[in-house]
Design a protein around this ligand. Structure first.
Ligand code: FES
Length: 443
């Protein structure tokens, strides 16, 4: 654990470059971070009917998430107990059972093994099917439409894991009656770069916008708006160790997201009072909520209506999965506008997205970072050290919008998970904000 502490001396703001390319660290990370954390699986709206399923991953483990006949959601490992073939090769769909295409073992959607071909001749009727079901993800829980899974039965509940992050998630998920849904499938693309580079950027990096995205800023905004963006004021918020949120002050109340269409702005105006009634003034007026990351690798862009998972694929490769999330009760015209905006800006061909992918690629894997001399120098994450403070009303620690406090928190949390033998050694966030119960939502 002392070596791990050295890898992430995040109090002082120095990072050892090995955490972005070392295969041994990557292996431990899959075991100690991903197999213990709550991972985002899908949105409940993707599982509307009994038998609806969605194939995804927790870390490197393939899982399939399914709506059961009793309305519950379960997740199982997508690996046949006979020889390990994937029992579900579709990305999503509806199934009565998952039948392995190799030798035909068939599993019910909750993972129970229900039939084995030639059971009498091949197994003399001696096979105990009750012991050979697909392995289950022991904990599956939802937060206001977002479904998460966790391999560790000792982990705290999802809401406890999120801590005060729920206060900020509500701004996306709970602003109008009826909640949210995702539309138009899932964009997936591969990139060079370690997954942490993307997670940390969405956690707290507003600083890159003025350099990385300058071309798109100048092409999409009038010059005075681009100038204003460069001198923007706002906050980085660290609601609980590991999680991060960014917000910019918006005197007009309008979101800063590039290209928010008339239809979206109109919808926000029409629903403003309802949102204030549900969430209070502070979370609705005068603020433009931008980026966020839930530890370890679930991100979202609030004003751009995009959900993300940064799937680890190797020490220097990740796959981005991207959903467009909308208010369920919004008119179709508004949903179409959100979809267009998400595709235009944050799809694989999106104008903003491509700038980020190139940076991450050169930061690990493609940039010579593994060189024997290069790897000796540590990376600098000291922006705003000593200037973190509490806020009179917002839960969590806050710093200026140009601060790396959220990145430091993410790396401290990462180091805590990496060093811990079990959840007994991992802290559970202290909650200060109340959770608004919407148990009737997103059904
Ligand atoms: Fe699935 Fe043989 S690998 S039935």
């Amino acid at each position: 654990s002392s070596q791990l502490k050295e890898l992430s001396e995040s109090e002082g703001g120095l990072l050892d470059r090995r955490m972005f390319f070392d295969p041994e660290i990557y292996k431990v990370e899959l075991e100690r971070v991903f197999a213990r954390s709550w991972s985002f699986l899908c949105h409940e709206s993707q599982l509307a009917k009994a038998g609806d399923f969605f194939s995804t991953y927790i870390g490197a483990d393939a899982v399939v998430v399914t709506r059961q006949r009793d309305g519950s959601i379960s997740a199982v490992l997508n690996s046949c107990r006979h020889r390990g073939m994937k029992v579900c090769r579709a990305d999503w769909g509806n199934a009565k059972a998952f039948t392995c295409t190799y030798h035909g073992w068939s599993y019910s959607t909750d993972g129970s093994l229900v039939s084995v071909p030639s059971e009498e001749y091949a197994y003399y009727n001696e096979i105990d099917k009750s012991k050979l079901g697909l392995l289950r993800v022991p904990q599956v829980q939802s937060y206001k439409g977002l479904v998460f899974g966790c391999f560790d039965p000792e982990a705290p509940s999802l809401v406890d894991f999120l801590g005060d992050m729920t206060y900020y998630l509500d701004i996306l998920l709970d602003r109008v009656d009826g909640g949210t849904e995702v539309i138009s499938g899932v964009h997936k693309w591969k990139m060079r770069g370690n997954w942490k580079l993307a997670a940390e950027q969405f956690s707290g990096d507003n600083y890159h916008t003025i350099s990385s995205h300058i071309s798109v800023l100048l092409s999409e905004f009038p010059p005075e708006a681009a100038d204003a963006f460069m001198n923007i004021d706002g906050l980085q918020i660290n609601p609980a160790e590991g999680h991060g949120v960014g917000v910019m002050y918006s005197p007009t109340g309008a979101p800063f997201s590039a290209g928010s269409s008339e239809a979206i702005l109109r919808w926000r105006d029409e629903t403003r009072q309802e949102s204030i009634n549900r969430l209070g003034k502070e979370r609705v007026e005068g603020m433009s909520w931008t980026h966020a990351n839930v530890f370890p690798n679930f991100s979202y862009l609030h004003d751009s209506s995009v959900l993300r998972v940064w799937m680890p694929k190797s020490p220097t490769e990740m796959e981005a999965w991207s959903w467009c999330i909308v208010d369920k009760k919004a008119p179709q015209e508004v949903k179409n506008a959100w979809r267009t905006q998400a595709i235009r800006h944050f799809s694989p061909g999106g104008t903003w997205e491509q700038d980020d992918g190139e940076n991450w690629s050169y930061c690990s894997g493609a940039g010579g970072q593994e060189g024997v001399v290069t790897r000796l120098s540590k990376l600098h994450v000291e922006m705003g050290v000593g200037h973190e403070r509490s806020h009179p009303t917002l839960p969590g620690k806050v710093g200026h919008t140009y601060s790396e406090q959220n990145q430091r928190s993410l790396y401290r949390r990462w180091a805590e998970f990496m060093a811990a033998e079990s959840w007994k050694d991992i802290s559970v966030p202290v909650r200060t904000a109340e959770v608004i119960d919407r148990s009737d939502m997103a059904k």
